[in-house]
Design a protein around this ligand. Structure first.
Ligand code: NAD
Ligand code: MG
Length: 385
């Protein structure tokens, strides 16, 4: 029996993980579930799974959570520190699925707790990748990637490590505006941006997929997780989202991982690893699929990719600034406070205005993150004014 904790249990990744855990029955026992404010979703999941502990990050929601779970035997707690304590409680397997850099401390706490920590929450890896890897080697925790591309690469490298690897090829769906003109993209609405053609995801990552910043963050994530140079990581648009990524070896072999575009496939891989477990996926029908297409991403309509590659190359604080400014700009777009094309422009402005030294510890990363957010928020106001 595996003891599991899910950080961000009410989100898109969180509910996909819960679905697999609940289907697994006695194979899993839920230690802790956390959420930001969604009391109904959290209490419902805790009741269904008989979780030992339910934690709400926004402490003001604790009384409502306590009411909702009264008499169930699930303990409750509230506040950001309580989320970290729950993460550190020593589950065998922890899903890190909070959205944004808000997941940094909880992810580090889970790593300190040891066991297997599955990373869906990519933003902390972008902002503080070296610190996260160092924490994992200090505690002996095993990190596994849930992001479909990185999980695909992990599977294609199985057994060989990075020996003989020439190139990683990250695939991108291209998002909902893959073939739109820049003029049309300028008028994109929130509803259009969150309606991804192939994947059902939280609002923030859906917008990131539409700007291709998600692929930029994933480029940095890949450079953190796999011992490969930035120049050896390519990005190719593959609109069908069936090939989740590929690894090319020096002998010319290319290994790919394919599957339905449902996050339960990579999550199940990490839940059962190093074994396999069954999922409710229908098998791929290759005859129905008919073809796989590939094209190069357009650097003019999707500048986020260039910004991310530059940030990765420069290193230091640049990836943390890129990520923080993007979080602010995406939130502004989702609230109707800036246009779609302004997201990348705000990120670029923030990067050009702020160039602190490389942060050496978590407090310094969070300080850079905070300052970049302040600058990006000013840029949002200036652009709207
Ligand atoms: P989501 O918005 O659907 O869910 C986010 C979860 O985090 C919720 O449970 C929410 O309550 C919690 N949360 C939000 N802010 C918080 C805070 N400040 N403190 C504590 N908890 C907080 O997001 P999602 O789509 O599930 O994505 C989660 C992470 O996984 C993101 O980093 C995303 O990039 C990554 N990811 C998602 C997918 C996907 O298919 N959704 C795929 C790959 C990677
Ligand atoms: Mg991905």
């Amino acid at each position: 029996m595996k003891r599991v904790t899910i950080l961000g249990a009410t989100g898109s990744i969180g509910t996909s993980t819960l679905d697999l855990v609940e289907r697994g029955g006695d194979a899993f026992r839920v230690v802790a579930l956390t959420a930001n404010r969604d009391i109904d979703g959290l209490a419902d999941a805790a009741r269904r799974t008989r979780a030992e502990l339910a934690v709400v990050a926004d402490a003001r929601c604790l009384p409502a959570l306590a009411d909702a779970l009264a008499g169930t035997g699930t303990r409750v707690a509230g506040g950001a520190d309580a989320v970290c304590q729950a993460a550190r409680a020593g589950a065998d397997w922890t899903m890190s699925a909070i959205v944004g850099c808000a997941g940094l401390n909880p992810t580090l706490a889970a790593i300190e707790g040891g066991g297997t920590v599955v990373i869906a929450n990519k933003e902390p890896l972008v902002s503080a990748g070296e610190l996260i890897l160092a924490a994992a080697s200090a505690s002996g925790a095993t990190l596994l990637p849930a992001d479909s591309e990185h999980n695909a690469i992990f599977q294609c490298m199985a057994g060989d490590g990075a020996a003989g690897v020439r190139r990683l090829i990250l695939t991108a769906s291209g998002g909902p505006f893959r073939s739109w003109s820049r003029e049309a993209m300028a008028a994109v609405t929130r509803e259009q941006a969150v309606a991804h053609p192939n994947w059902s995801m939280g609002a923030k990552i859906s917008v990131d997929s539409a700007t291709l910043m998600n692929k930029g963050l994933e480029l940095i994530e890949a450079a953190r997780l796999f011992p490969v140079d930035e120049a050896a990581i390519d990005i190719v648009v593959h609109p069908q989202s069936v090939i989740h990524s590929m690894v090319e070896y020096v002998d010319g072999s290319v290994l790919a991982q394919l599957g339905p575009s449902d996050m339960r496939v990579p999550i199940a891989h990490t839940l059962a690893w190093p074994e396999r477990m069954s999922t409710p996926m229908a098998p791929l029908d290759f005859v129905k699929l008919g073809r796989f297409d590939f094209e190069a991403p357009d650097p003019v309509r999707f500048p986020a990719l260039r910004l991310a590659r530059e940030a990765l190359r420069a290193g230091g604080a640049r990836p943390a600034i890129l990520n923080a400014a993007n979080e602010v700009a995406v939130a502004a777009f989702l609230d109707g406070r800036c246009g779609f094309l302004e997201i990348a422009a705000i990120v670029e402005d923030t990067l050009s205005m702020y160039d602190p030294p490389a942060p050496q510890d978590v407090a310094a990363v969070l300080a850079v993150d905070g300052e970049a957010r302040t600058i990006a928020a000013e840029r949002v106001k200036d652009r709207v004014a």
